[in-house]
Write a protein that binds this ligand. Structure first.
Ligand code: PMP
Length: 280
């Protein structure tokens, strides 16, 4: 079952118009919300970010917070799985002509829930590789837009290189991953690019920063140079569906001799505790 424009329907019966501006232009925004034990992870934070994205592109939010929660809870109940990943998108809607400018349209709302396959601690603890690529995206990366062409190309390059992620750099500064936020540990201090228009400020990023502070890691929301990434103690990436992932190899260079760092372990444990609370 999926949710489309006010009704729950089978996915193979869910259709939108070819005139939908989401289809024609990628004119829409989205959210991905993880679900553990049929409980939404940080729903209010996700809905707040959705509101910000909608405001940035002048699309009216079709529902209030409690209406969203009712829809999401109902959608979750159709799933066979206790752990899910909810994908929610709102496009500007359909017009009669393909023109760049828009008028007041009825937004199209689509939500689906997929089974969330979480990686085991043992798997994650082996570490992952990443490649680096030049960040050629626009300067409104804080909008969680469905226009993801650049991110798609980066992810595909990472896949071709058998890497977990493409880490992006702009003007020699590390911004974020193609689908994640990036953290560097240098001499016990955690660095991550500051929130703003150059990155999508992740909900998991906030969790990482809170966890790090709770275990007395010094946190600096400051950008790092590209060179730092080959020469730091630990690199992590974070996203809603992947959690917090340690990177041990970047562009064929091993970090910390390919061994997962100890600060990652502390933050990851704290994150797991949070998930465990949802599971109990
Ligand atoms: N940056 C980008 C470009 C992303 O696509 C994502 C994942 N949606 C993130 C950061 C991480 O955001 P979150 O932790 O909210 O999933």
């Amino acid at each position: 079952m999926v949710f489309l424009n006010g009704i729950f329907v089978d996915k193979d019966k869910a259709f939108v118009s070819v005139m939908d501006r989401g289809f024609l232009f990628g004119d829409g925004v989205y959210e991905v919300i993880p679900v553990y034990n049929r409980k939404l992870l940080k729903p209010i934070e996700h809905l707040n970010r959705l509101q910000k994205s909608l405001d940035s592109v002048s699309i009216k939010n079709p529902y209030n917070e409690s209406e969203w929660l009712d829809i999401l809870i109902k959608l979750m109940s159709y799933s066979v799985s206790d752990d899910q990943s909810i994908y929610l998108q709102i496009t500007r809607g359909s017009d009669t002509k393909r023109v760049h400018t828009y008028k007041d349209l009825k937004p199209s709302i689509y939500i689906e829930s997929n089974i969330l396959k979480t990686r085991t601690k043992k798997e994650v603890s082996k570490g992952y590789s990443a490649i680096t690529m030049k960040d050629i995206r626009w300067d409104r990366c804080n909008i969680k837009s469905t226009s993801l062409l650049a991110n798609i190309l980066y992810s595909q390059e990472a896949k071709k290189a058998n890497a977990e992620e493409a880490i992006l750099h702009k003007n020699n500064v590390i911004t974020e991953g193609s689908t994640s936020n990036v953290f560097l540990i240098k001499n016990g201090v955690l660095f991550t690019h500051p929130a703003g228009s150059k990155i999508l400020s992740g909900i998991t990023r906030e969790m990482v920063l809170e966890s790090a502070k709770s275990i007395n890691i010094i946190v600096k929301e400051e950008a790092c140079n590209l060179d730092d990434i080959y020469d730091c103690d630990e690199v992590w990436i974070s996203s809603s569906t992947r959690g917090i992932i340690p990177i041990t190899k970047i562009d064929d260079k091993l970090l910390n001799n390919g061994v997962v760092g100890k600060l990652w372990k502390g933050v990851y444990e704290d994150y797991l505790q949070y998930i465990k609370l949802l599971k109990s």
